[in-house]
Ligand binder design. Structure first.
Ligand SMILES: N[C@@H](CCC(=O)N[C@@H](CS)C(=O)NCC(=O)O)C(=O)O
Length: 330
């Protein structure tokens, strides 16, 4: 694990000293948008028009943030239009690598060895963390974005004219409801598990732990009443809020419960949430984006600060293909 400082790779773990033992996630720096006609999006510069075959995603199958982008690529029928490279699950001294022997697909564009080469190809003196996902423009040979929350919004709409798909996971009239749920889910669940797992002081871990399980209780009661998180009139509808939550829930029992010490309850102890995960997992195209093997290997093997012997647990038994009762709910 490390970062780039003026284009030079430095092997360095997260610095929690400056925040008294709390893990604080850095904001993504590269924030351009693909739009239908290449006009600038809400941030960054323009010139990134939606085109078939022009863009490439660098992802890790282990990473919950990258996972969102793979799900949207599937849901929106973009697999033929946006190519993908998968990094190795092992993220050690050199950061994310394209080591094929360890399960990477290799870098089909530049045959790079390390993901940090993609960041310096974009900007030779880049300083910052080298994270997945990365959305790459093959035409201009540069990074469009390294912020998953924004990449999924681009995939949701920018390519509609090309693919003829109008499914909208962030409909205008539901923005405020979706944003409000995303806010709580992000801070207490998506990033909450990391705040618990990467804390270096007990009180910071305990604070994240209690917020996390308060939010899971809130979700259990909400999902007992309704199929999806957001209501549109009487019925709930599937939105990006569900997909953003899903990528954390699917990793929970395999990794966060043990490795990040989020062990008050497993997801399988919450009947409604467990069925909800199965429901989303069984949505067409989604199971293909889930690799429990990469997920377990990445966290347990890469974070030697937390698991110095790098032994990857064999269990638990997981069955996301089980029957669920969710279709009966509003
Ligand atoms: N804001 C980013 C966060 C991405 C992120 O933190 N990815 C992790 C993998 S789960 C990563 O690449 N970490 C490497 C590092 O922090 O050095 C997003 O959502 O796209």
């Amino acid at each position: 694990m490390g970062l780039l400082v003026k284009g030079e790779w430095k092997d360095k773990w997260y610095d929690t000293d400056k925040s008294d033992g709390a893990f604080e996630r850095e904001d993504a720096q590269l924030r351009n948008w693909i739009t239908e006609d290449g006009q600038p999006g809400p941030s960054g510069k323009g010139g990134f028009a939606a085109e078939s075959g022009r863009y490439h995603l660098y992802v890790s199958l282990a990473c919950p943030w990258a996972h969102r982008t793979l799900i949207f690529r599937e849901l929106k029928g973009l697999t033929e239009h946006i190519s993908v490279s998968v990094v190795s699950p092992d993220m050690l001294d050199c950061g994310w690598t394209f080591n094929v022997d360890e399960g990477s697909s290799g870098d089909s564009l530049y045959q790079s060895r390390f993901l940090h080469e993609i960041y310096t190809r974009n900007k030779s003196d880049y300083s910052g963390r080298v994270t997945v996902p990365v959305l790459w423009d093959k035409q201009q040979a540069c990074i469009v974005s390294n912020e998953s929350a924004e990449i999924i919004r681009m995939l949701n709409t920018a390519f509609n004219g090309i693919i003829g798909d109008e499914q909208d996971f962030y409909p205008e009239h539901l923005h405020s409801q979706i944003d409000e749920i995303n806010e709580r889910v992000y801070h207490t669940i998506n990033n909450g598990v990391y705040k618990a797992g990467f804390a270096t002081k007990a009180e910071k871990y305990e604070a994240a732990f209690s917020e996390l399980f308060d939010s899971l209780d809130w979700l259990e009661s909400r999902l007992t009443q309704q199929r999806y998180l957001v209501k549109d009139g009487h019925k709930s509808v599937l939105t990006e809020a569900d997909w953003r939550l899903f990528t954390t829930l699917i990793r929970f029992d395999a990794v966060y419960f043990g490795h990040f010490k989020c062990n008050l309850k497993r997801i399988s102890d919450y009947p409604a949430i467990q069925n909800y995960v199965c429901d989303l997992y069984q949505h067409p195209g989604v199971a293909e984006t889930v690799s429990i093997e990469h997920i377990k290997r990445h966290y347990y093997y890469s974070h030697d600060m937390i698991n110095p012997m790098r032994i990857v647990p064999v269990g638990p038994e997981l069955n996301f293909s089980a029957e669920h009762n969710r279709a009966e709910l509003d």
